[in-house]
Design a binder for this molecule. Sequence first.
Ligand code: ASP
Length: 451
Amino acid sequence: MAEKNRKSQSDRAKSLDKSTRSILDQQLWLRILYGMALGVLAGWLLSPEGLGIWEEELAQSIGEWLALPGVIFLGLLKMVIVPLIVCSIILGIAESASMDFLKKIGIRIIPYFILTTACAITIGIVITTIIQPGSAIDQTIAQNALNSSATAGQIPGQTFDNLSIPARIGNVLPSNPMQAQLDNNMLQLVIGSILLGIALITIPPTSGKPFKDLCMSGQVLSMKIVSWAMAIAPIAVFGLIANVVIKMGLSALTSVGLYAVCVLGGLLCMLCLYLFILKVFARISPLEFLKNIREVQLLAFSTSSSAATMPFTIQAAEEKLKLRPDIARFVVPIGATINMDGTALYQGVAAIFLCQVYGIDLSLAETILLILTTVGASIGTPATPGVGLIVLATILSGIGVPVEGLALIIGVDRILDMCRTTVNVTGDITAATLMNKWIKKDDNAPSSKGF
Ligand code: ASP
């Protein structure tokens, strides 16, 4: 029986490994960078401010066709996120955890996630307040972007109910799991998966085996689909960027350049904070750490999805950083969904930037409210491309900033999404490394490698 189990785990490991390897072997990130650069060039040539030989309507419809592979790419990734996350959390808990272990790690990891997320938003707010990108922006370009009909329909509306805090807490249990899936309610799905994982370790192994096997297949199948999506990633990025430049014009994008610099600068600070934490609390050399996670970061950059990267993150944690498998398989899938420091930082920068554009002054109490809402929102944000922007709409309405302001930053969101996802994933793997250090070696810890 144990022999059979090991064989099925190693088959899964091989399938997962093949999918992720094929993604990285082709220097995908480099081709994605080429795709981005060519996308900007093609978009500029086709836009009215470029060669100027195309009718605006024709250029826009060419843009939509160019964006089609991108729409398919994002659709494929979004399609597999829920099964991938649900299966991985259930397996992560069921395969390698015991109740004692769960208690030990749970009381450390949750406060750690909340604290680093709050740090991330604070970094974003401080940088934006110092650099003031919103005050430097050309007001006519800002007005044009805000009124632009080209972006109408792209601006997400408010997606969350305005529930009170106790009602929200009571709402975390998925009374109807199908509804949670339909609503893309990640927090409910994560809580439901954790409960199922815990239930699996408390029932006799023979009763739980069919369900575990189902989760294993779900995980391998999801990764297969991710690898198909990645095959078209460079052309997808090319088309998406070209379409944005055609619709918004290059000058609208460069005008928010200072805002993008704030996000990128903040993300860099966050990366340095992780390296500092690892150096001080886990005595790990920053360079060594970066070398070991380089491929994972490139994959996160290429997919813009912490969830699609997750199996590979676990693999790197176990094989390269030599973390305990039970810790890696527990912390990484949960971190991928509830620990989004890069996203939270970006939301902090964007909110303050738009306040500056609209001339809204936030009081200290409103700034604290912004930090709290963003911490809460980042926990429930699905780990899929572009959703940080959608959740931002809710945060903006919470502090009284018109949601239409998103029109201004939508153009640069693709590249910022790639960068913030890289930081999100680095945050997950940092958390796993730190927990590995903090939780004393347990003699009974399983050492099998499922990934
Ligand atoms: N793409 C991000 C992630 O998956 C989420 C976001 O900020 O849009 O981690």
